[in-house]
Design a protein around this ligand. Structure first.
Ligand code: B3K
Ligand code: ZN
Length: 898
């Protein structure tokens, strides 16, 4: 049996089909917070496709075993142990009834059945169902479920489970019941129940084929005024999946339930999605534009899982990206379509830029550290640690590459074939790839390497122009550099990389693209080159002038492109590239290069300077009224400190912070009048509008405010921010003003304006937990100063009456914000941040191992840091390794220290 001291490694290569199958499950719950009785009746039979086993081994954790019956008779040969139940010598096909007891009130792990704010909720993915009843808790065992819930009617007036409501009624002693049936076979990880005092916003809509559907968003009564946006997002998701993929809602009823204690964002339980309140509740006073966008994305994501995940699910957890990568891709496309339709490339690019920024900042870092793994991992100790940026975000990029190769129509054909072949099945990433290949008449054997190869590929580019022959050759070479040990271990040969390229002439316009051997140039001025060899040369002919290459347009593959652009060339691309993504990219390259040079100088204590040409390039973007405000905001935002630190030979957060602050100040002071003008021009007076356009104006205006807060004399910024804070009719403007006040005052050790705004913010929103999360997060991520280090503020806030370590959102808002989103303060050279981190990981480990393991990851790149910080980091990791008990945290810290 698994031993927490020596964690077992689970390997993909060891997959074997289950010895038994379960066809139907009837669950009966007598819900009582500290003693819930679960009766589970299953039809079990031997799996004809597996080798014969004498015994049936069911998984179970934290359960009190009561009884077992087979075909109505007590079964004496059932042996309960810490990890499950062993039934000796069972028949070939039988009805098994098990009774057990669990304690939801004491369940602080938020996995399985638990109580939050007096209501019952479940979270079963990945392996939480075994904390509710004994079961073959693995995704390739699919059954139909009937669920009967019984509870006190006064305390739990609402009783919900998956699928359709069959009946409900009263019972003696003030209790009542509800019986639900889910007609679709599903794995246990998609089971859910909810019971409590909740109310719903309801809508009835007709689906594409004309059937009426009941949609509900369930929340606590005081939150009903914050459900409209989630409902609209759900309706838009339903329409979008019909239009883009021909996929219709298959149940008569679809429910979303919000809960304030939740380990992650949301969960796609069949017909009963359970959400962190953060991704449901919004109105203009409490939620920012980013919150509104995130809610739309997550509601879409969970809804889209109904087909990609639920109707077709994963054979085993190594295939997680089959549903997650695909569903992230779908939610990204949904958000892009909502922002810009199919054709507004500039609006779509905004979403693409945001997604790529996350990928590069988080997934590339993951790939460079001890947790690096392929999109389809080969092994794990704790599966919950593999809900990663690689599985989700890189997985989405892998799916996107099929669409880049085959076009939207070809991708759709592949999806259609995938559902035709696999509806109702638990399948693998290979099955998906084969469907895409077969539908498009292609052999995608080489593409499989994207699933088996860890690490971030690097593509180095050489170009050569032959003026006499009018030929332009582009030589691409792929490899992994030297930073990714995991990549070296799994290296299997070159990848198929769809490499989108354009060539730009002296006037800034795209040139025609005629490849050698082609009779004439096609109309499109972007070509997707299929780059399949370690080194490959593509030659363009009839190129009348030496072009400037626009490489990897729209980020057509998750790789790092190395090409020696001059600063002038980057400025030219920033001004002219017809590909909006690459226009942004040119600015980022320019800024990154300057910032890294400055950071290296700052690390040695040398003086810093910034070339006027860089300031001029940014000034052009700032004042270019032909560009959309949201694009300008993205282009003017410097790469994050975490991303920059990761690009250094040895990460030095203090040097990066100094360099980035130097550039921000320089841009603030040099362009002060432009910032002020932009601030004025992009105000959005009048009633709040949640449209992407209005959000773009707010984003640019608030970016201007954040730069103004960097001015050597911040008095004017403080005045503007205070006025904005007081006048704000929405959270975007209010939070941005508060942040500007906190940072403008940082150098002076705080200001009365900042303190007043902080106090006002707290009082105003004391009853809105999600807003109080922002209050904690803004303080944890503020700049701080030598006389006022942020660690002191964080420590003090830990004993604030509103702080609660058991609530994951609150823990994240204060502790994670400090440890993962304030690098310069967290990596203070006295090691105080690391000591704090170790204490919090250890404290969380005893409460909620999944949340603790997430926090544990913030030191995993310790070996890549400057030597003066490494000892403190290692000591903190060792302290954690010596104290924690959970498999979750042990896997992370042991890999980090190995
Ligand atoms: N499938 C869930 C994630 C479950 C995480 C379990 N540790 C949410 C999602 O990706 O949609
Ligand atoms: Zn998902």
């Amino acid at each position: 049996m698994a031993d927490t001291a020596t964690p077992n490694v689970i390997r993909r290569a060891d997959y074997a089909p289950p010895a038994f199958l379960i066809d139907t499950v009837a669950l009966e719950f007598d819900l009582v917070p500290d003693r819930t009785v679960v009766r589970n009746t299953m039809h079990v039979r031997r799996n004809p496709d597996a080798s014969r086993a004498l015994h049936l081994e069911l998984m179970g954790e934290q359960l009190e075993f009561v009884s077992a019956e087979i075909d109505g008779q007590p079964f004496p040969n059932a042996h309960a142990h810490d990890h499950g139940l062993l039934l000796d010598n069972v028949p070939d096909s039988f009805e098994l009834t098990l009774t057990s007891i669990c304690n939801p009130a004491a369940n602080t792990t938020l996995s399985g059945l638990y109580v939050s704010s007096g209501n019952f909720f479940t979270q079963c993915e990945a392996e939480g169902f075994r904390r509710i009843t004994y079961f073959l808790d693995r995704p390739d065992v699919m059954a139909t479920f009937t669920v009967t819930l019984r509870a006190s009617k006064a305390d739990y007036p609402v009783l919900l489970s998956n699928g359709n409501l069959l009946e409900e009624g009263d019972l003696p002693d003030g209790r009542h019941f509800a019986r639900w049936e889910d007609p679709f076979r599903k794995p246990s990880y998609l089971f859910a129940l909810v019971a409590g005092k909740l109310v719903a916003l309801e809508e009835r809509v007709k689906s594409g084929s004309g059937k009426e559907k009941l949609l509900q968003v369930w929340v606590e009564p005081h939150d009903l005024d914050k459900t409209r946006h989630a409902m609209d997002s759900l309706i838009n998701s339903i329409r979008w999946d019909e239009q883009r993929f021909g996929l219709e809602l298959d149940l008569d009823r679809f429910m979303i339930v919000a809960v304030s204690d939740f380990n992650m964002g949301a969960m796609e339980n069949k017909g009963l999605n359970i959400f962190n309140t953060k991704y449901v509740l919004a109105n203009p006073e409490t939620a920012t534009d980013t919150d509104f966008a995130n809610i739309e994305a997550v509601v879409g994501h969970e809804y889209f899982h109904n087909w990609t995940g639920n109707r077709v699910t994963c054979r085993d957890w190594f295939q997680l990206s089959l549903k997650e990568g695909l569903t992230v891709f779908r939610d990204q496309e949904f958000s892009a379509d909502m922002a810009g339709g199919a054709t507004d490339e500039a609006a779509r690019a905004t979403k693409r830029i945001e997604d790529v920024r996350v990928l590069r900042q988080m997934q590339f870092a993951e790939d460079a550290g001890p947790m690096a793994h392929p999109v389809r991992p080969e092994s794990y100790v704790e599966i919950n640690n593999f809900y990663t940026m690689t599985v989700y975000e890189k997985g989405s990029e892998v799916v996107r590459m099929y669409q880049t190769l085959f076009g939207r129509d070809g991708f759709r054909k592949g999806m259609d074939l995938y559902f035709k072949r696999h509806d109702g099945q638990a399948v693998t990433c290979d099955d998906f790839r084969h469907a895409l290949a077969d539908a498009n008449g292609r052999d995608l054997a080489q593409f499989e390497r994207w699933y088996s190869q860890a690490g971030t590929p690097r593509v180095s580019v050489r170009t050569r122009y032959d003026a006499a022959q009018q030929r332009y050759s582009v030589t691409l070479r792929q490899g992994y550099g030297d930073v990714a040990p995991a990549a070296r271990e799994t290296q299997k040969g070159p990848l198929l990389i769809p490499f989108a390229i354009g060539l730009i002439g002296n006037d800034g316009r795209d040139l025609p693209l005629q490849l050698e051997g082609e009779a004439k140039a096609p109309a499109a001025t972007t070509r997707v080159l299929e780059f399949t060899q370690t080194e490959q040369t593509f030659t363009f002919v009839n190129v009348a002038q030496e072009p400037l290459p626009s490489l990897l347009r729209n980020f057509s593959a998750p790789v790092i492109v190395e090409y020696d652009y001059s600063a002038d060339q980057l400025a030219f691309l920033l001004a002219h590239d017809s590909d909006p993504f690459n226009r942004w990219e040119a600015g980022q390259r320019l800024a990154t290069r300057e910032l890294l040079t400055l950071a290296e100088r700052a690390a040695t204590g040398a003086a810093l300077q910034l070339d006027d040409s860089v300031v001029a390039a940014f000034a052009r973007v700032l004042t270019d009224e032909t560009l959309s405000p949201s694009f300008r905001e993205l282009a003017l935002m410097l790469p994050s400190e975490a991303y920059l630190a990761e690009q250094m030979g040895e990460s030095n957060p203090a040097a990066v912070h100094a360099a980035r602050q130097f550039v921000r100040k320089r841009l603030a002071n040099a362009l002060k009048n432009d910032w002020l003008k932009v601030y004025e021009q992009h105000r959005t007076p009048g009633a709040y509008e949640a449209t992407p356009e209005a959000a773009g104006h707010r984003a640019l205006k608030n970016l201007a405010l954040s730069y103004l807060a960097e001015l050597d004399d911040p008095a004017e910024a403080v005045r503007i921010a205070s006025a904005q804070y007081d006048a704000a009719n929405n959270m975007t403007d209010r939070a941005a003003a508060l942040s500007a006040l906190l940072n403008a005052a940082a150098a002076k050790g705080g200001s009365t304006e900042a303190q007043q705004a902080l106090d006002d913010f707290y009082q105003r929103f004391e009853k809105e937990p999600l807003v109080i999360d922002k209050w904690f997060a803004l303080q944890a991520t503020q700049r701080g100063s030598a006389q006022r280090p942020v660690i002191d503020i964080v420590r003090r806030l830990m004993s604030h009456p509103a702080f609660n370590l058991k609530n994951p959102n609150r823990a994240r808002s204060l502790i994670f914000s400090f440890c993962a989103a304030n690098p310069a303060q967290f990596h203070a050279d006295d090691g105080s941040g690391y000591a704090f981190w170790a204490d919090q990981v250890i404290a969380l480990d005893a409460i909620n191992p999944q949340v603790a393991a997430r926090l544990a990851r913030s030191l995993e790149l310790w070996r890549r840091f400057t030597p003066t910080l490494r000892d403190g980091m290692r000591a903190a990791l060792e302290k954690v390794a010596a104290h924690v008990k959970s498999r979750d945290v042990r896997e992370i810290v042991e890999k980090a220290l190995a």
